[in-house]
Each structure stands twice: as C-alpha cells, then as structure tokens.
Design a protein around this ligand. Sequence first.
Ligand code: NAD
Length: 352
Amino acid sequence: MSVRFTHENLPQRVVFASFEAADRLVEEVARLGASRAMVIAGTGAAALADSVTAGVPVVVRHTEVAMHVPTDVADRAREVAEAHQVDVLVSVGGGSTTGLAKAVALTTGLPIVAVPTTYAGSEATSVWGLTEGSRKRTGTDPRVLPRAIVYDATLTLSLPVEMSVASGLNALAHCVDSMWAPRTDPIDHAIALEGIRALTEGLPRVVAAPHDVEGREQALYGAYLAAVAFASAGSGLHHKICHVLGGMYNLPHAHTHAVVLPHVLALNAPAVPRLEQRMAVAFDARSALVGLQRLRERVHAPRALRDYGLRKEDIDPAVDAVLAAAPPDNPTPLTAANLERLLHAAWEGRQP
Ligand code: NAD
C-alpha cells in the first residue's frame, strides 16, 4: 500500500517532568527570553500556581478565570497584560485557564507557557474559543498555540476521580475518532493509538489509586497525545454527534462523549479492519470494542443518554441534524436508519 499524505506538526516544546514543574517552568520562560510574566490561574489554583511559579519573574497574577472564556473576561485580562507590559503568559490550570491565556495571545501575540492541571488538552492545539452571551465562537490561529507545555502529573492529583474519568474518556474519544476523522493521516493514527494505550493503562489506575503518580502520568501523557491527534485529524462522526446533541439538548459534554463512543466504534469498526486490529492491540483486547467496553466498566463510565436529559422524542430531530453535519467520508456510510439505531441504543443504554 502506498504511503502518501501531508501532515503538519505544530511547533511546540513539550516537557514531561513529574515533581519538577517549578524548575522546568523557569527554564522554559528563560528560553523565551522573557522577564515580565503574567500568571493566569483561577482562585482555586492560586496556591498551586504560587508554588509552581515561585522562580519565575512575575509582574502580575491574574485570577479571573471563567468557563468558556466570556469576552468581557478576556478583555479584562488583555488590559491587565497591557498595563503591566508583560512579555510572557504563564497559565496554570485546566482548559478554561489555558483558554483565557489563548484569548490574550490572540490579540497581543504574547507567547504562552502552559502548565495544565486537567486532561482537557487545549494546550496542544491552536484552537481558541470565546463566548459572548450564549454564542460561542471558535477559530484557529497559530498565535494561540502555547510555545511550551510543562506537564507535571503531581499537579493533577487533586483532580476528583469523577472529573478525571470524564475528561480522560473525552481524550479517549479524540483518539478513537482520529482514526477516521476528515484530515486523518498515518501519523495521527500512530499518535492516537499510543494515546489509547496510555489512557487504557492510566485511567483504571487513577480510579483505583487516585494518588498514584504513575497512573496520573500515563493518563496525562495519553491526554496530550489525544489532543495532538485530534488537532491534526479534525472532528469525525463521534464529535459531530456529540456536538449536535450538546447544542440541541444541552447535554453534559463529557458524559455524552462517554456514552456515544462505543456506538460509533461499533458502527465504523467493520469498515476499517486494519485500524480496528491496531486499536485492539492498543486496548490490549481481542477487539477494539471489547477493549473499550472493558475499560468503560473499569472506570464506571456513564451508559445511557436518557440518564442525562435526552428524551426519546429528541432522537428523530437529532438524526436529521447529524446527517447534515456528519463528515461525508465516514467509513460506514451513514443513513437515517443506522443513525437512528445508534442514537436509540445510546439513549436506552443498550450496549453495542
Ligand atoms: P476547567 O478548566 O473549567 O476545569 C474544571 C474545574 O476543575 C474547574 O473548577 C477547575 O478549577 C478545576 N480544576 C482544574 N484542575 C484541577 C486540579 N488539578 N485539581 C482540582 N481541581 C481542578 O475544565 P477542563 O475540562 O480542563 O477544560 C474545559 C474547557 O476547555 C472547555 O471550555 C473546553 O471548550 C476547553 N477546551 C478547549 C480546547 C481547545 O483546543 N481550544 C480543547 C479542550 C478543551
């Protein structure tokens, strides 16, 4: 089989160093030649951020962080950056905190060094998001890609197990959907498969022993790989379904991902037998679906969309909306009938 593709690597330094975030952050800030840092961290992460940034030349600490980056919150952060003439943004926190740093970088061009504390993965993408009222805008811009990431798994130890599982399964969905997403290529496959392997090892360890650093490390490593694969491959059928359901019925994001994923895998796996085999190996199971379901059981994953607010009568309108939004080259051709079956099974909690 010939190998032919175009792949773009995003330019970014990635440091994995448990227990060493403070020292490694100093190095990364110095590499940028920066001497006036703005630290962005929510009030909940203030103590953590203080210890991680102890050696950094900080001119201002900014704690106003809000989910989905409201535009007024972004504007105030930009004013603070300008008033203090900062030359680097250091974000310490989850996707909301990274998102605020990206919003500042978008208009100022300031470099970001990201220190993530969840498995969201925003630090590895050049996608930004801003919310005005109830309208969310997103876009892609190379200026918002953090120049460096410092991953220290000890910073994730305080992330509650339920949240860790939800965001870990969301990362797993990035990996699986990257197998057939519109811009996917063999490099995305390799990265996503290693992500599946790491998450399959890490997430059950996080559940069984939330304070085990090695389990957290594997989960964080897997989450990073998931974001890299997803950023390159784009949204496949799984993400389109979750996006439609979230938008139309306001279903919780992470739970929707966790419930829908096995159904999409069951639909597409027969059409991609070679990739299915490689996913099975990554899951360490005889088939990809068996591996995913075993992992879901071990981490007590959510099972049915009806538990999260979807009503039976919502399924038909969702079928139409998914058909309109779905990638045209999904491995298994989509029909109203197979989508209706998929959504019905996910609604009911019937396992594929
Ligand atoms: P988040 O940043 O809102 O954090 C969720 C909650 O967890 C917050 O209350 C936070 O204070 C707390 N928290 C974070 N780290 C913690 C820790 N180590 N210990 C204890 N509590 C901790 O949520 P998230 O899931 O990290 O990110 C979600 C956001 O990121 C969404 O807005 C999503 O759209 C965005 N996102 C963007 C991209 C992108 O590429 N642009 C990718 C993924 C997610």
